[in-house]
Design a binder for this molecule. Sequence first.
Ligand SMILES: Nc1nc2c(ncn2[C@@H]2O[C@H](COP(=O)(O)OP(=O)(O)OP(=O)(O)O)[C@@H](O)[C@H]2O)c(=O)[nH]1
Length: 328
Amino acid sequence: MRPPGFGCRGRAPTVLRPGRAGHNGSVTSSADVHRSGFACFVGRPNAGKSTLTNSLVGSKVAITSSKPQTTRHAIRGIVHRPDAQLIIVDTPGLHRPRTLLGRRLNDLVYETWSEVDVVGFCVPADQKVGPGDRFIAEQLKKVARRTPVLGIVTKTDLVSKEQVAQQLLDLQQVMDFADLVPVSAVDSFQVDVLADLLVAQMPEGPQLYPDGELTDEPETTLIAELIREAALEGVRDELPHSLAVTIEEMIPREGRKDLIDVHAVLYIERSSQKSIVIGRGGERLRAVGTQARKHIQALLGSKIYLDLHVKVAKDWQRDPKQLRKLGF
Ligand SMILES: Nc1nc2c(ncn2[C@@H]2O[C@H](COP(=O)(O)OP(=O)(O)OP(=O)(O)O)[C@@H](O)[C@H]2O)c(=O)[nH]1
């Protein structure tokens, strides 16, 4: 269920910024104001958007991986602060679509941009600002009149201070930003500053989610994503895009209060991919299960038995019926 306000841009136009003069000339201190709203991060695949979301939220809600285009769902992380509630929508990396899945992912990105209060454009510090970034900037300019865009240089821990400064200058060339900020999610450098900048763009508003809630994604979606994340580790280039995970069943074990049975299916596109996912004597699949189980148990706060099956859904990325079945 969407909380009130999401997707509604018709909110009070006069938003008092903390410490800034309002229309009546009075200065509003941040202590007087509670803000709430939505933010999303955009950027090339692998720019560090999911990791930044997790760092801001302080918990693993979006899956991260060194494989590009890992994120497929608009998972929202929620940042709770005394003065604000910031809901972060994690979008897939924008790219030139080659398949039906690719086009659907891009549509999801554009839809999200028009619904949020602020967009953070992420560019990694260790890669030159390039055609991919300029492509995104061109698309962002279309929404920038309505939605403020922050320029975020990510992964600053990977380069020198001088390179960070140069990257900020280079990023500034591609479009006008409401603000520019360098961050590192890995060593938490300036993540709090970024949170302040995002919150400053939120309208005044009440808390939209209860205290302690970190995401409104269904638990099964998070669990499926954790399994996919584990399965992505160490697989070769073309396979990541062929993997999809569904949770078929999740039930408490009869007579056991402390154990949940989770039955999941890992889909691939071709039977030739089966041996890669399963590994010799089932070795790889077992390792995937062990890693996923660890994260799922942490998420649920309960022991689980994870039953993983591998099935072939032939060319599912190009088949509308199968895409629907897999939740896209
Ligand atoms: N050193 C360093 N690595 C980072 C940082 N943030 C992310 N990474 C790494 O960069 C890779 C990509 O990070 P993600 O957060 O998955 O990137 P993403 O932009 O969400 O990627 P997509 O889902 O493909 O769009 C992972 O290997 C992360 O561990 C950072 O601040 N410092």
